[in-house]
Each structure stands twice: as structure tokens, then as C-alpha cells.
Design a protein around this ligand. Structure first.
Ligand code: FAD
Ligand code: EPU
Length: 342
């Protein structure tokens, strides 16, 4: 395995930020990892695991070791009645896994079609879209402890999944490298069509028989119409999480802003559409140099070319301050900020 010094990360983050890694290694298999972790040179160094780089913002160079995951392989590891267990290595592109399971006639991941990035990152923020989250099909994962080299299997319960959250963003932040993830999929799935425009898109497509492939195609169509393609315009998806507020707070806001968009959560709180809050304050389409707010989706910040990570972060802070002032709501970044301000 080759190790590169002072390696550019520009091609490895979808925000297209120019930042440098002190050292950079690409992991093709777990033997490489064992060798890498044993090297004296890296024992005391900070380490950053990078998959597709679609949920990170570099605000500085990273002085330590960046481990880019490129391990491949998808296999069936168990069956139980109509359930089939599929294990994917961390470097597999997420959407490839989704398409592979659809090819096998399995359902469960179709609503998560076209989410950028790799399998190894999916449990980190418990990726979600169109009424489902990866936790709904999650069975287990294996990960290596970066300090001890020990390999541990995590059950669903141990991962403590929440809305864009898991134990790997909290107590175990930056401590484990996820090697593989196993999902429990079904030959007889129940489709979730009630969220957003999924049902109406299926109707528009004149789908006769609802199956995983049709739902996946509908989700892909909606996503392509709403979200900017990072290949064409650099971004990392939603920059902020949708904030959750108490029912009382929501009712106060609704009185003042009757058009505010919100969804009741299972515990009686309200999840506000942050895109609406940001758009309402006039930020949609705003540009500060090469840092901007997407013109079609206010929750997405974009780099028009030469913005630095700090420029994007400054715009994010401007938005957070304005939202706090107007609505008394504290926006939390969903994107992982990597640098001294992160
Ligand atoms: P990276 O950006 O490389 O890493 C993200 C974090 O995970 C970092 O902290 C990194 O250190 C850590 N990490 C990565 N791999 C590993 C590993 N193997 N072991 C341990 N830690 C690891 N997200 C959603 O939830 N829903 C969406 O609908 C959605 N839509 C998006 C649309 C666009 C256009 C874009 C650009 C992003 C979108 N995202 C969405 C965010 C992003 O796709 C997900 O967060 C995805 O899981 C990131 O995968 P990645 O491989 O690119 O992770
Ligand atoms: N809205 C506006 N203006 C905007 C954007 C949105 O008013 O500029 C309002 C609209 O009323 C819209 C509502 O917000 O109906 C919700 O918007 P949308 O359906 O686009 O979803 P979102 O809440 O902005 C979330 C996720 C996305 C995920 C979609 C679909 C978060 C932080 N984001 O976005 O995930 O794809 O729902 O499920 O939860 C990501 O995490 O990176 C991501 C893209």
C-alpha cells in the first residue's frame, strides 16, 4: 500500500475544497489496515477515515493520516424465511449496493436510492430519505478500533441510531473504522410511499406494479429534480439537520409564520423544515464570493468553484445566527466539519 505525503484532498470531497492531508493511504483490504495501524510513524497521529467525501467540509489542512476506504465486495451471508442478510464492504458505493439488492429481488433500501457516498459511512449519520433510514434494515456492522486494532461487531442497539445520528458521532467519534455492514432485506417488502412526492411520482410514471425497482426509480427522479449533482456543482447535501422543537415552540412560530413547514415526530415534538426557515430569511440563491446557498434547495450550501472551507463555514454561521435570531431555533450542521473550527 502506497502512502502519499502532503496529498491533495480536492478530488476526495464533494465540496471540492482544496485541503491537504499530511499522509494519505488508500485501503484496498483489511490486511493493508493491519499493516498501516502497526506502523510506528502513525501510532500517535490523528486519523481521518474518508469514504466518498460527500459529507465533510475541510476548513483547514489535515495534518495527520487520512485513510481512504476502497474495500469492495457484496455477499449474501444468511437467509431466514423471506429475509436475506447482505454484507457489503465499507468501500462499496452506496447506490451500487441499493441497485445490487434490487437486482436480487430484495426490498428495503429502495427509498435510499442515489444517496452519495459509501456503505461504511451510512451508519455514521444513519442516512435517511423519503421516510426511511438505514437503521430500518440494519442488522450489524464490524469495525476496527483505531487505537487497539481490535475488531468489534456492533448490533443495531449498540449503534444508538437516531435522526442523522449514531454512537459514532458521539461517544465513539473518530475511534472506529467501519469495515463492513450487514443489512436484513426482504423478498416481500412493505413499501413506504407516504413521504413527499414518492406516490405522485409513481403515478406520473404510470407504474402498474409497485416493486423495489419502481420505487427506486421514482426516488431517483425526485432527487435529480431537487438536489444539485455534486459532479456539476460542489456540495455535500443538506448542510444542516432539520431542527426539532417542542410543540409549544412550534405553535408560537406558526402563529407568527402561518406558512412554516413542520412535521410532528413520534414523541409529540415538531421537526421544522430548515429549508423553509432559511428561504424565508432570503438566503436562497444568495452568493458570497464562491460560497453560496443553492438556488433550488436552501438547505444545501454550494461551492461555485474556488471557495475555501472557511468561506462556506462563515456563510453557515451567518445563516445559523439569522435563524436563531428570527425563530429562536439553533441549527446544527449535518456535515462533518474537519479543521480547527470543527
Ligand atoms: P464521507 O463524507 O467520506 O464521511 C462522512 C463521515 O463518516 C466522516 O466523519 C468520516 O470520517 C466518516 N466515515 C466515512 N467512512 C467511514 C468508515 N468506513 N468508518 C468510520 N468512519 C467513516 N445523506 C442522507 O442521510 N440523506 C440524503 O438524502 C443525502 N443526500 C445527499 C445528497 C447529496 C447531493 C450529497 C452530496 C450528500 C447527501 N447526503 C445525504 C450526505 C452523504 O451522502 C451521506 O452522509 C453519506 O453517508 C456520506 O458517505 P461518504 O462515504 O461520502 O462519507
Ligand atoms: N423547503 C423550502 N425551501 C427550500 C427547501 C425546502 O421551503 O428551499 C421546504 C418545502 O416545504 C419542502 C420541505 O421544506 O416541502 C422539505 O424539503 P425536502 O423534501 O427537499 O427535504 P429536506 O427536509 O430539505 C430532508 C433531508 C434530505 C433528504 C430529504 C428527503 C435532512 C437534513 N435532509 O431534506 O437529506 O434527502 O429530506 O427525505 O434531513 C442530506 O441529509 O444530505 C439530505 C439531502
Amino acid at each position: 500500500m502506497e502512502i502519499f505525503k502532503n496529498h491533495s484532498l480536492k478530488q476526495f470531497n464533494t465540496f471540492g475544497i482544496e485541503a491537504t492531508a499530511g499522509c494519505f493511504a488508500e485501503l484496498q483490504n483489511s490486511d493493508d489496515l493491519e499493516k498501516l495501524l502497526k506502523q510506528e510513524e502513525f501510532s500517535g497521529q490523528k486519523k481521518l477515515i474518508l469514504g466518498g467525501g460527500s459529507n465533510v467540509l475541510f476548513t483547514d489542512d489535515f495534518p495527520g493520516l487520512v485513510i481512504h476506504i476502497n474495500t469492495q465486495g457484496i455477499s449474501i451471508v444468511g437467509e431466514n424465511g423471506d429475509d436475506v442478510m447482505i454484507e457489503a464492504q465499507a468501500g462499496v458505493e452506496w447506490h451500487k449496493l441499493v441497485l445490487h439488492t434490487i437486482e436480487l429481488g430484495l426490498g428495503g433500501l429502495e427509498n435510499l436510492s442515489l444517496i452519495p457516498g459509501n456503505v461504511g459511512a451510512a451508519p455514521i449519520q444513519n442516512i435517511g430519505a423519503y421516510g426511511t433510514e438505514q437503521k430500518d434494515c440494519f442488522e450489524s456492522l464490524t469495525a476496527v478500533n483505531l487505537a487497539s486494532g481490535e475488531i468489534k461487531k456492533f448490533s443495531k442497539k449498540e449503534c444508538r441510531f437516531g435522526y442523522r445520528d449514531s454512537i459514532f458521532k458521539n461517544e465513539f467519534k473518530d475511534q472506529f473504522l467501519i469495515l463492513s455492514v450487514t443489512y436484513r432485506l426482504s423478498r416481500k417488502p412493505v413499501f413506504i410511499l407516504g413521504y413527499g412526492a414518492v406516490a405522485s411520482e409513481l403515478a406520473r410514471m404510470q407504474v402498474k406494479e409497485i416493486n423495489s425497482r419502481a420505487v427506486s426509480e421514482a426516488v431517483c427522479n425526485i432527487r435529480r429534480s431537487k438536489l444539485p449533482d455534486p459532479v456539476l456543482i460542489c456540495n455535500a447535501g443538506s448542510f444542516f439537520k432539520n431542527p426539532v422543537v417542542s410543540a409549544a415552540h412550534y405553535l408560537r412560530l406558526r402563529e407568527k409564520y402561518p406558512k412554516i413547514v413542520a412535521f410532528e415526530t413520534d414523541d409529540g415534538n415538531y421537526k421544522l423544515a430548515a429549508g423553509w426557515l432559511i428561504e424565508h430569511l432570503g438566503f436562497k440563491g444568495l452568493r458570497r464570493g464562491d460560497a453560496g446557498v443553492c438556488a433550488t434547495q436552501a438547505l444545501v450550501l454550494v461551492n461555485y468553484g474556488r471557495a475555501a472551507g472557511k468561506d462556506i463555514l462563515a456563510l453557515a454561521h451567518e445563516i445559523m445566527n439569522a435563524v436563531e435570531k428570527a425563530f429562536g431555533v439553533s441549527l446544527q450542521p449535518e456535515v462533518n466539519i474537519i479543521g480547527n473550527d470543527g
